[in-house]
Design a binder for this molecule. Structure first.
Ligand SMILES: NC(=O)C1=CN([C@@H]2O[C@H](COP(=O)(O)OP(=O)(O)OC[C@H]3O[C@@H](n4cnc5c(N)ncnc54)[C@H](OP(=O)(O)O)[C@@H]3O)[C@@H](O)[C@H]2O)C=CC1
Ligand SMILES: CC(=O)N[C@@H](CCC(=O)OP(=O)(O)O)C(=O)O
Length: 342
């Protein structure tokens, strides 16, 4: 099979990462590459690490340029995907790395994104119960946010096994690429280097309703989530520390057994051996997610720590994994669990 793929938003971080992965995908041929303010530029001037595509020139993002492909990846700012997607036709697989189609609840969308809700597409987190079936054969995929990927993968086994009460507390650190390439004063090197800082504190981060949606679906009841993101002085990576109150009778052994069972066959989500802890460095550039779990008996809480690369499994790797499933390819095709160290 040769799959012809276009990437809209090819000048940005998510677009660049999906191109890095597609270049190594044996079934994919790279077609149109588009941008906005950078249309007309050589890709090599903007994404110098994508050497084989260096002389490709970025086109303006229009339906005409994106037509004639089997798959179109959208790596555009929030709110831009719907208008593009509706012009692409029902036979094209559209993989949206933005947020536009992630949430099922229109009220949540309005509250956190402030615009009209565009709709809901099959959710590209294959490891969640029922997700692979929904993705198979689908022509539309909503790729999750990077934090919801880290958090949902960390906590779904506890909720699936009925081990946790319906409240979770999460503190996560992200690398700066999570904020995209567009210049922002708080992302200046002199602000970020040597410093960590919280943001979106107190329930205001737009990924909170996405986490609630995912965990509630697994638990079968509403799970409340308190989420605090922090910015860390590194280009890539998310380390999420998640905890939930343990139900009566839960022990360290029952928690470990539930995680071993839930993750045993997952190609990308790895429960580490006891005593070893996840680190962002170990998953740099890889589609792997590292998980470790503990039972804090004195506090009566289950603690789960996950690490992933926000651009790989947190965005573009998850997008390619979901594309593979939608097209009937082996899920791991073109994706590596090999990181870069140190
Ligand atoms: N960075 C991350 O870790 C993650 C990002 N995402 C999502 O992926 C999407 C892209 O994010 P990211 O790559 O970080 O952002 P960037 O700012 O790095 O890139 C944005 C891209 O969109 C293009 N663009 C900007 N405005 C428009 C417009 N009006 N019409 C068409 N194209 C436009 C830009 O083109 P130009 O350069 O020419 O202006 C650029 O190619 C976002 O929705 C983001 O939420 C999802 C998960 C994680
Ligand atoms: C460090 C940083 O700023 N991260 C981004 C999350 C990026 C991401 O996953 O998200 P979306 O696709 O939902 O934009 C943020 O907190 O807004």
């Amino acid at each position: 099979m040769t799959v012809r793929a276009a990437v809209a938003g090819a000048s940005g971080y998510a677009g660049g990462e999906v191109l890095r992965l597609l270049l190594a995908h044996p079934e994919v041929e790279i077609g149109a590459l588009t941008a906005n303010s950078n249309a007309g530029q050589r890709l090599g001037a903007l994404q110098p690490h994508l050497f084989p595509l260096a002389d490709r020139v970025l086109a303006t993002t229009t339906p005409e340029v994106l037509a004639g492909h089997d798959v179109v990846f959208l790596a555009l700012p929030h709110g831009q995907s719907a208008a593009v997607a509706e012009q692409l036709g029902p036979d094209v697989l559209v993989v949206d790395m933005g947020a536009d189609f992630r949430l099922a609840d229109a009220g949540d969308w309005q509250k956190f994104y402030g615009s009209e809700h565009a709709g809901t597409w099959p959710y590209g987190l294959p490891e969640l119960p029922g997700a692979r079936a929904a993705l198979t054969g689908s022509k539309r995929i909503a790729v999750p946010g990077c934090y919801p990927t880290a958090v949902s993968l960390a906590l779904f086994p506890a909720y699936a096994a009925g081990l946790a009460e319906n409240e979770a507390v999460i503190v996560a650190a992200s690398g700066t690429s999570g904020a995209g390439k567009a210049p922002k004063p708080h992302l200046l090197g002199s602000e970020v280097m040597g410093s960590m800082s919280p943001y979106g504190v107190g329930g205001g981060h737009r990924h909170t309703p996405e986490m609630i949606q995912n965990l509630s679906a697994v638990a079968g009841e509403r799970v409340s989530v308190s989420f605090t993101p922090t910015l860390a002085p590194m280009p890539r990576g998310i380390l999420a520390t998640c905890s939930a109150k343990a139900r009566d009778g839960v022990t360290a052994e029952t928690v470990r057994a539930a995680y071993e069972k839930a993750l045993a066959d997952e190609p990308f989500v790895h429960l580490l051996p006891e005593g070893q802890w996840p680190s962002t460095g170990a998953v740099h550039g890889s589609n792997a997610v590292q998980i470790q779990v503990a039972h804090d008996e004195a506090a009566g809480r289950i603690i789960v720590i996950s690490a992933l690369d926000n651009l790989t499994k947190g965005t573009a790797g998850g997008a390619v994994q979901s594309m593979n499933i939608a097209l009937g390819l082996d899920e791991i095709t073109g994706l590596s669990t090999i990181g870069v160290a140190p």
